[in-house]
Design a protein around this ligand. Sequence first.
Ligand code: NAD
Ligand code: UDP
Length: 314
Amino acid sequence: MRKYTTLVAGGAGFVGSHLCHRLLADGKRVVCIDNLSTGQATNIEALQANPSFDFILHDVVKPLHVDYAVDEIYSLACPASPIHYQKDPVKTFKTSIIGSINLLELARENHARILLASTSEVYGNALETPQRESYYGNVTPNGPRSCYDEGKRGAETLFCDYHRKYGLDTKIVRIFNTYGPLMRVDDGRVVPTFISQALKGESLTIYGDGAQTRSLMYIDDLIEGLVKTMACSCCYAPLNLGNPDERTIRNLAERILQLTHSSSTLTYQPRPENDPIRRCPDISRAQRLLDGWHPKISLDEGLHKTITHFKSLV
Ligand code: NAD
Ligand code: UDP
């Protein structure tokens, strides 16, 4: 019998590689598509020997045709760290918009369901906290983060229009800051940066006064939410996936110093333009629609697992 086939675009990245591992463990055939721009071949190295796993080096900005039937598609291909997505903002925007169209067309050809990894960045510098899915956001269309934020907003538009126009089974999840093993040491996002600085005995670089907040979710909780969303026959409207445990960046730095037993100090640098002040998800919709899904791993537990992973790399 033909195995249920899942295509993971961006499958060599942080989230994508965890998802590939999980889907294979669930008995699915997995096709990983990636251009390896921010992803790492080492993230999927252990999977290459699995006969149910295929890797295709491909850029989603180019149309994609595969030789076999695809049942479901996860659209994750897009740089997610501000330093990476701002390096080539035009490419980032093309990846979100043209990449989405190419994957949506592939889904149409295959009558496959398709899920977009959108982001809490669609809320911009939110004037409401916690952020509910019904909040339209406060996003600048022309700032340094706009290539990412507006790219994802455009991708959401495309996913909804493919659903309305073609009846495609589309799903949108708005992911709030997620961290864990398999992030790059040079990823630039706050958790891997602070952990590697703490382990190396370097000062932790706090941007601004560190009073801005983020709500951090451990990767296993996100993967569970993604798989449940894909399996859900719920509507095509966006769902927040995040951990509502809101922390200041200064508090995060202090937790990491304590858990790594590091004597590093804190240094303060200018806060980047358009860096949102508060991030906290309202996850009641996801809890209702995804069978009680909620994040189970505390910040200290998740940081401990991530620190253990980074100790072998730094
Ligand atoms: P990541 O940078 O580790 O992974 C992105 C992957 O996409 C990489 O493997 C990269 O090589 C690949 N990629 C980028 N552009 C591509 C292109 N044009 N063609 C093919 N492959 C391409 O980032 P991540 O944290 O794993 O994020 C995965 C997805 O989840 C992204 O779409 C991101 O926007 C979304 N997301 C992540 C978070 C988070 O906190 N991790 C939060 C919100 C949204
Ligand atoms: N940040 C920081 N020091 C760093 C990296 C990030 O203080 O070395 C801050 C950043 O300014 C932001 C928060 O941490 O307020 C989260 O940044 P990240 O790049 O992880 O994700 P974002 O939510 O901004 O996309």
